[in-house]
Design a protein around this ligand. Structure first.
Ligand code: 8YV
Length: 327
């Protein structure tokens, strides 16, 4: 019996052709909602799912009676009910490592653009408003030599910290979540309680995934404890931040500036203050969005789904306890 795979994000022609050699593939790369009739119809037949950025709910899984595995084209997997998938024996895979350096580049891009007001000042030229020397009122702030406070020091956070320490001579702090002795040795990173880190950091960079523990980790209290003039950058997940509290802090000056690649609601709703505030650099979730990396992520997902449906261990399973139960 040829197994069926529903692919709801873009693959290269070669990746799609390789899957079609061994599987029956429903290719719906422009899917924007799990409610779309074509998606629901294909899901009802699917043994495998490949894609990202859709909320997969238990109710949706009820409409996928044959589903064996999901290969997400993402490292984050907060949009999947992992415990429910495990209970149902459905394997979930993600794409760590292949996107680490690109996403860390995006994190440092946000740090630099926010600190040096690059987007705001580039706009002067686009608007024909560069009519005199840039004065003090438009100066940015240095990044080199400053103190970078990492909220999350996993693969991506560590890559950002290396850029800061090794490339910009920055002092690295991180929260006490879990000790990273190898990074303390390599980068001179110091592990602090959150309040201590907020009091000392010139730039706070969030890379933690969205979990029950990290939801709204950052709110009015945390912003009030940041240094005057400090910068907040978030490339993890939008819901790690109380967005209304962040907007209030940006408006009243408690928070000097923010660089954001993720938001509570994506796409960012029209009229959100974050889309027009001069002290905000807002990017449309482009963390891993380069040709090279998105191709590598898609390839990882293709490899994962093929291995999973062939009854083999995928390259990057999330709920791999299922594999232990199978063997
Ligand atoms: C997006 C990301 O998933 O990998 C992640 O967790 O946040 C991004 O890379 C992107 O939309 C991939 O499809």
């Amino acid at each position: 019996m040829t197994k069926r795979i529903l692919v709801f994000r873009e693959l290269s022609d070669e990746q799609l052709a390789s899957l079609r050699q061994d599987f029956s593939v429903d290719y719906l790369p422009d899917t924007q909602s799990a409610d779309e009739p074509a998606f629901i119809e294909a899901l009802s037949q699917a043994h495998g799912l490949v894609g990202s950025s859709l909320m997969i709910t238990p109710e949706l899984l009820d409409q996928a009676p044959n589903l064996e595995a999901i290969a997400s084209i993402s490292v984050g997997y907060d949009n999947y009910p992992v415990d429910e998938l495990t209970r149902r024996g459905i394997l979930l895979c993600n794409t760590p490592d292949v996107l680490t350096e690109t996403t860390a580049d995006t994190g440092f891009l946000l740090i630099m653009c926010t600190a040096r007001r690059a987007i705001e000042l580039a706009e002067l030229i686009k608007q024909g408003n560069w009519t005199s020397n840039i004065g003090r009122n438009l100066f940015g702030t240095d990044v080199h030599g400053k103190t970078l406070g990492m909220i999350g020091l996993g693969r991506i956070g560590a890559a950002i910290a290396r850029r800061g320490a090794l490339g910009f001579g920055m002092n690295i702090l991180y929260t006490k979540a879990s000790p990273k002795p190898e990074l303390e040795r390599e980068l001179g990173a110091r592990r602090l309680e959150m309040d201590e880190l907020l009091a000392e950091a010139d730039i706070v960079c969030v890379t933690v995934p969205l979990t029950a523990e990290t939801e709204k980790l950052f709110g009015a209290r945390e912003f009030s404890r940041m240094k005057p003039g400090a910068i907040f950058v978030n490339i993890g997940r939008g819901k790690v931040v109380d967005e209304a509290a962040m907007i209030q802090a940006l408006e009243d000056g408690t928070l000097h500036a923010a660089g954001l690649d993720v938001f509570e609601q994506e796409p960012l709703p029209a009229g959100s203050p974050l889309s027009s505030m001069k002290n905000v650099v807002a990017l449309p979730h482009i963390g891993s969005a380069t040709h090279e990396t998105r191709n590598a992520m898609a390839q990882r997902a293709v490899d994962n789904i093929r291995l999973a449906l062939d009854g083999k261990r995928p390259l990057s399973p999330v709920n791999d306890q299922i594999l232990l139960e199978r063997n």
